[in-house]
Design a protein around this ligand. Structure first.
Ligand SMILES: Nc1nc2c(ncn2[C@@H]2O[C@H](COP(=O)(O)OP(=O)(O)OP(=O)(O)O)[C@@H](O)[C@H]2O)c(=O)[nH]1
Ligand SMILES: [Mg+2]
Length: 577
């Protein structure tokens, strides 16, 4: 059993780590199931497998007012658990067992997560219960009090046997059948007490109930009928009315083999249920992975597309329109700069100084225009990508929930980030020009002005893939001066070097733009990491870990417990009464 307990402990840890944060259809059920399975491992399977010799724990469960406490008191013959007229009455679980057994329950070996002492589990030792068996009265299963409901559920999950109490008035209600369905799913052994049956109606009602039990998959479940009687001052049922229940329990107490059979049934049912649930849970983790892959993929695609948009706008000269073009014309067409450059290449300083005198320095204005043209291009690409990502996430059930107000729009610092990116790129272009100039005699003593002016020419060249000439309607206006500028650059650097300079500056720009876009996409893709999600099923990932842990449990189940899904009592064997 040690390996099985180890495997269950490992599975328990894997269940604790499994998360279902995305609102996909399987998530809600998976969360509950993971919690329930983990609890059953901790509250029942591990303690029970550790101590197969611990007394059989029969839990008295059912709706409020069904008479559970009254039944327990009557079986024990004294008031161990208060019964009452106010609903619900029982708030703390009361356990009755033989004095020889109470050590099992006084410590936390059985029902380890249940508190002992005041407000917690009350253990009553009494010779009215035979050794090897314990009866536990629980709060109502369908309580309006949530704490009651959860406690009842927890205790039922820890039961070897459910002694399910319903009444003649309420046996056809939905709740008992839901609870019995849970018992059947878990493979828990069940016996039924039909309580408060009016005089003479016993046979008719129990026949009807038997039929219902058959339909719900409990053909041979032991069924005890307890008649409605006037309770005396003791608030106990007369002993003869509970005699059949009592003698059946006494038989269980005296028959170790019968007890072991009940325990094996519930253990085996719970184990196969766990193995099955883990498989379903691993599937639910796969659903999470697939959903996240779709969401993350949408974000990556949107920002990838934004990169392509910027790239083609840079290449087809789209930046060199409007304001930029006007500034460009001023820059190359005024202050006789071009003429100076064309005819006196060696005298850069003069030319550059000429370009920067005058009231509005055209170089600065061109620089600003280029800057804002490029900035507008990049920002609009980012806005487009954010819009497409938000639309894709909104169209996905799991995505909507992830869209915080912050994620519904581009980063608040986008303008600053874009401006910084452009400035850094421009600095790098100037650095390249300076480096290249260092190799050229014509520019050997290039002044800062000359480097700046040349840098601007290179930047403009970056935005016109094939030549300097802007495309479209503006071509006529610009053509003369741009060709002139290109000539100047070619004269300064040489054909090949100019091409290199332009190409590497353009590549550098696109690298920076892509890095910026990656950063923006990261605002969305980081959501998954924060939730512990990955977009691809991975080795050692949650789903793989669950499946491995489930398989280890399945392998560890000994032959005595592995005979498939047992039913108890074994079909066909007649049980009392
Ligand atoms: N006359 C009569 N009253 C009964 C019988 N069984 C239970 N009662 C009364 O019904 C009420 C509810 O019984 P409880 O035993 O407290 O019911 P319970 O199932 O423990 O209820 P909760 O603790 O609230 O879940 C009490 O007032 C009991 O005295 C019975 O057979 N005959
Ligand atoms: Mg009660």
């Amino acid at each position: 059993m040690a390996t099985l307990v180890d495997a269950l402990t490992a599975l328990r840890a894997a269940l604790d780590d499994a998360a279902f944060p995305l609102a996909v259809p399987s998530a809600g059920r998976a969360r509950r199931s993971a919690a329930g399975t983990a609890r059953q491992i901790e509250d029942y399977l591990v303690p029970r497998l550790d101590r197969l010799d611990a007394p059989l724990l029969a839990v008295v469960g059912g709706s409020t007012g069904a008479g559970k406490s009254t039944l327990l008191n009557s079986l024990v013959g004294e008031l161990v658990s208060p019964s009452g007229v106010l609903r619900p009455t029982t708030r703390v679980p009361v356990l009755a067992c033989h004095p020889d057994d109470d050590a099992w329950f006084a410590q936390a070996r059985v029902l380890p997560t249940l508190l002992r002492g005041p407000g917690g589990l009350a253990v009553v030792a009494t010779r009215a219960v035979g050794p090897g068996l314990a009866l536990l009265d629980t709060p109502d299963i369908d309580s309006v009090v949530e704490a009651n409901r959860m406690l009842a559920d927890e205790i039922l999950a820890a039961a070897d046997l459910w002694l399910f109490v319903t009444t003649a008035a309420r046996y056809a209600d939905a709740v008992p059948w839901t609870v019995l369905g849970t018992a059947r799913e878990r493979g828990t052994a069940v016996a039924l007490v039909l309580d408060r049956v009016p005089d003479g109606a016993g046979e008719e009602i129990s026949a009807h109930l038997r039929g219902m039990l058959g339909e719900h998959g409990f053909p041979d479940v032991p069924l005890f009928v307890v008649p409605e009687v006037a309770l005396g001052g003791s608030a106990l049922l007369p002993p003869e009315t509970v005699a059949t229940v009592r003698s059946w329990l006494d038989t269980l107490s005296s028959d170790a083999a019968a007890r072991a059979e009940v325990i094996r049934t519930t253990l085996s049912g719970a184990l196969s249920r766990v193995v099955l649930d883990v498989d379903i849970l691993a599937g639910a983790v796969d659903d999470q992975t697939a959903a996240w892959a779709a969401l993350e993929g949408a974000a990556r695609a949107a920002y990838g597309e934004a990169g392509a948009v910027v790239q083609s706008a840079v290449q087809d000269g789209a930046v060199l329109r409007g304001e930029v073009l006007a500034r460009w014309q001023e820059f190359v067409g005024t202050g006789q700069m071009m003429r100076s450059l064309q005819f006196r290449i060696g005298r850069w300083r003069d030319a550059a100084v000429a370009a920067f005198t005058g009231r509005t320095p055209p170089a600065t204005e061109l620089n600003q225009a280029l800057n804002s043209g490029l900035s507008a291009l990049v920002r609009s690409a980012v806005y487009g990508a954010a819009e497409r990502t938000v639309a894709a996430w909104q169209a996905h059930s799991a995505g909507t929930a992830l869209l915080t107000p912050r994620l519904r729009r581009p980063d608040a610092d986008l303008d600053v980030t874009v401006d910084r990116m452009i400035r850094e790129w421009q600095r790098a272009v100037l650095e390249r020009v300076r480096e290249e100039a260092g190799h050229r005699r014509t520019l050997a003593r290039a002044s800062a002005y000359a480097v700046n002016a040349t840098g601007l020419l290179v930047m403009v060249a970056v935005f016109s893939a094939t030549s300097f000439i802007p495309t479209g309607a503006e071509i006529g206006v610009a053509a003369g001066t741009t060709i002139a500028a290109q000539k100047v650059l070619e004269a300064i650097f040489g054909d090949e070097a100019l091409r290199q300079l332009t190409r590497s500056s353009r590549d550098d720009l696109m690298t920076r733009v892509r890095a910026l876009l990656d950063g923006e996409a990261g605002r969305y893709t980081a959501v998954g990491a924060a939730l512990g999600l990955s977009a691809a099923p991975s080795q050692g990932g949650q789903a793989a870990r669950l499946r491995d842990a489930g398989r280890a449990v399945a392998r560890g189940i000994p032959a005595t417990l592995a005979r498939g899904h047992r039913t108890w009592p074994p079909t066909g064997r007649k049980m009392p009464p």
